[in-house]
Ligand binder design. Structure first.
Ligand SMILES: Nc1ncnc2c1ncn2[C@@H]1O[C@H](COP(=O)(O)OP(=O)(O)O)[C@@H](O)[C@H]1O
Ligand SMILES: [Mg+2]
Length: 283
């Protein structure tokens, strides 16, 4: 199996309706991680990818949750190919890229879908994961931002994918299990890939104050036991509209962009464009 850059890289920049060619600098890879499942990684990944695209960033959303992949389901797309086929060596990475809402550079964004029910990420060999991350890195030359929706858990392959990122956004809720697992992810990733800049999103907050409290608990433990204090990327409020939209396979950012969790996510996307990763809370 080999990964190739999309053919469109060779096209002239003024070809109508086609993506513009590569940048000199690779776009930054942003992993959305959690430790625990069901906290809102996929919601955040899709919303951030849409928000980044709407802000003019050429964006690729990668469904890194192989095995339980559901980005395609949430987006209401039915891809013919996906990352599982790439990993199996049936197709090249470029052939799995799907345009959503016109695709990157055309008002929408691109997606590398996974597939539910395919082999899980944990089942891939180290070489397969390496080829996958090398392929994603090569693709990053064509994008400003790559959003990598990771699966739950802290197993080795998940960490290998996370390590390929420039930045990891840890999605954590006030559920004690989410806090414990989120902290475990922060700890393992810090040991494994200290260069990956970690920041925290508190999702499904019932009040801003509660969200801040949850963040402070994680940040304090990180400072005390790991010697660093991850920044707060943002607090995203809980709103039943998120669940309703997901159930209807709609994206809330397209149906109700003024909804609070969407506004919260847009604010996070803006900090990512500014490359600050959130409030600066180093101490
Ligand atoms: N801010 C939020 N408010 C309300 N429900 C949310 C919010 N974020 C996520 N959810 C809901 O939580 C559930 C899990 O979200 P999902 O993005 O699939 O999590 P993960 O990818 O971490 O497993 C979904 O039903 C989703 O609609
Ligand atoms: Mg998910």
């Amino acid at each position: 199996m080999s990964f190739m850059l999309p053919k469109s890289m060779d096209r002239p920049s003024d070809t109508p309706g086609k993506r513009t060619p590569s940048r000199v600098q690779p776009g930054s890879i942003i992993a959305v991680a959690s430790g625990k499942g069901g906290v809102g990684k996929t919601f955040m990944s899709i919303t951030l990818a849409s928000a980044l695209a709407q802000a003019g960033q050429r964006t690729l959303l990668v469904d890194g949750d192989l095995g339980l992949a559901n980005v395609d389901v949430q987006l209401g797309i039915a891809p013919e190919t996906d990352l599982a086929a790439v990993v199996a060596g049936w197709i090249e990475l470029e052939d799995a890229v799907i345009n959503v809402d016109g695709g990157a550079g055309q008002g929408g964004f691109d997606v590398l879908p996974g597939r539910s029910g395919s082999g899980t990420l944990a089942e891939l060999s180290t070489d397969e994961v390496s080829r996958l991350t090398a392929g994603i890195s090569a693709l990053s030359l064509q994008y400003d931002k790559i959003v990598l929706d990771l699966g739950a858990g802290i197993e080795a392959n998940c960490m290998r994918l996370a390590r390929s990122a420039d930045r990891a956004l840890m999605v954590i809720t006030d559920d004690p299990a989410s806090m414990t697992d989120g902290y475990a992810f922060i700890k393992v990733l810090r040991g494994y890939a200290p260069d990956v800049e970690q920041s925290i999103i508190i999702n499904q907050a019932t009040t801003r104050a509660m969200g801040q409290q949850t963040y402070e608990a994680i940040a304090r433990a990180s400072k005390q036991f790991l010697g660093f204090r991850p920044a707060l990327a943002g607090i995203v409020m809980r709103d039943e509209k998120v669940r309703e939209a997901m159930r209807a396979q709609r994206t809330l950012i397209s149906t109700d962009p003024s909804a609070q969790p969407i506004q919260d996510a847009i604010a996070i996307a803006q900090t990512l464009i500014g490359n600050s990763g959130g409030q600066n809370l180093h101490c």
